[in-house]
Write a protein that binds this ligand. Structure first.
Ligand code: ADP
Ligand code: MG
Length: 244
């Protein structure tokens, strides 16, 4: 059967959404931001990543987005080998991911509808589909009535829900969130985390970097704790561990 097996980019039989094997990342020679990190996240899991500032959490997110490549080690996301991935395959790979950041990163001069529609225009979704999909996802995040508003007319919590709608509209397999509630008050933080939980229960794998101790302890999810570039604990139904 020589020569009959063909590997398709994007095809995946991997039961893991994320696999890191002995990953090191050093921005400066000799100083690792990540130091021999191995971790596996199964498809459909919800995982919190916690740890002090500077412990390597955002570096991990950037590696998973293929914004960075590791200094050594292997990374697979949805079965795809990110170290060997060709540059021209990166945009296609990223279409399967949703990303949310602490600072929302909305287009300031565009309204809510356009901010969300933008993600669909990138994948060349026809306009008639966009006109159906945007209102549907805005109602999921509780913003159905706000589609004409500009970001500065919205509260922080509303802006983050727009960012979440934008991250979700292309139906990602994996949602990566880097301190999504870092700029929000407790009520809005809970609203966002409850939405993430709901999205996860519909099958999307969700990884959330956070400092929100109260929410982590209440939600009883898997908790991975990082310290100085190392995974120091990984617990099912874990708690936010005090490092002091
Ligand atoms: P966290 O998100 O947990 O706060 P980061 O992943 O941002 O941590 O940073 C981990 C380490 O890598 C820190 O020591 C930080 O100073 C360093 N670092 C992060 N980004 C860069 C960069 N672009 N250049 C050099 N060092 C960096
Ligand atoms: Mg960070």
């Amino acid at each position: 059967m020589r020569g009959t097996t063909k590997r398709r980019v994007g095809s995946t039989k991997d039961e893991y959404a994320i696999r890191l094997e002995n990953v090191c990342k050093a921005y400066t020679v000799g100083i690792p931001a990540l130091d021999d990190v191995s971790l596996h996240v199964k498809k459909g899991e919800f995982v919190f990543i916690v740890g002090d500032s500077g412990s390597g959490k955002s570096t991990l997110i950037k590696l998973l987005l293929r914004e960075l490549v590791p200094t050594s080690g292997k990374i697979y996301v949805n079965g795809m080998d990110l170290v060997r991935m060709k540059r021209h395959n990166i945009p296609k790979f990223r279409r399967r991911l949703g990303v949310v950041f602490q600072d929302f990163r909305l287009l300031k001069d565009r309204n809510v509808y356009e901010n969300v529609a933008f993600a669909q225009r990138i994948i060349q979704m026809p306009n008639r589909e966009i006109r159906k999909n945007v209102p549907a996802i805005l109602s999921v995040v509780g913003l159905a009535g706000k589609y004409k508003a500009k970001p500065k007319q919205l509260s922080g919590g509303e802006q983050q829900r727009v960012a979440l709608a934008r991250a979700l509209i292309n139906k990602p397999d994996l949602l990566l969130c880097d301190e999504p509630t870092g700029n929000l008050d407790p009520k809005n933080s809970w609203d966002i985390m409850n939405l993430l939980d709901k999205i996860n229960s519909n099958g999307t794998t969700v990884l959330v970097v956070t400092h929100n101790r109260e929410i982590v302890n209440a939600m009883q999810k898997r908790v991975i704790t990082m310290k100085k570039g190392i995974v120091v604990s990984d617990e099912e139904e874990g708690e936010y561990i005090d490092e002091d």
